[in-house]
Design a protein around this ligand. Structure first.
Ligand SMILES: [Cu+2]
Length: 173
């Protein structure tokens, strides 16, 4: 847009967009000017919703471990199923067979205070704590465990959760 519009136009479009998106909640319907018209759109100042995460991606500084994602005649699984690493390490999930697979952490079981940083350490996630699908053999997805607390991080593969494709990573000192 900046190429096609003059700076003034771009600024106007930007400011309109900011008004429409104010609060980070769903934008009110066009033309809705009174709060009564859009009761669901809470203002940013409201304490009723958690503030947006300010966590930023932190690159791993330690070892990169590998976990294979497999689906074959023996079933669907992460290999190894349990893994102990140190904070600052990374885990590379490699698509071997039977995909698509993904890596999704259980938000309600990971260590307290881990969620925002872990989510920030998952590039291109399709939802908080859910990696994009790995489809092609030998493709991989790497999660950085930099800046996250010690503890057990349980996770699963969304397409194969019902088939028991679950595993855990323990971050220890
Ligand atoms: Cu899977």
């Amino acid at each position: 847009m900046r190429v096609r519009f003059g700076m003034g136009m771009a600024a106007a479009v930007l400011s309109m967009a900011m008004v429409a998106c104010g609060g980070g909640e769903k934008a009110p319907a066009a033309g809705a000017t009174s709060a009564a018209a859009a009761p669901a759109a809470a203002p940013a100042e409201s304490a009723s919703t958690a503030p947006a995460s300010t966590a930023k991606y932190m690159a791993a500084t330690g070892k990169t471990w590998e976990v294979k994602m497999i689906g074959d005649a023996q079933g669907y699984r992460f290999d190894p199923k349990t893994l102990t690493i140190k904070a600052g390490d990374a885990v590379k999930f490699i698509m071997v067979s039977g995909g698509p697979h993904d890596v999704t952490f259980w938000a309600d079981s990971i260590p307290g205070g881990a969620k925002d940083q872990l989510a920030a350490n998952m590039p291109n996630s399709v939802a908080p704590l859910q990696a994009p699908y790995s489809i092609d053999p030998n493709s991989a997805y790497t999660v950085s465990f930099a800046g996250v607390p010690d503890g057990v991080y349980k996770y699963y593969c969304t397409p194969h959760l019902a088939m028991g494709m679950v595993a855990s990573i323990t971050v220890a000192k």
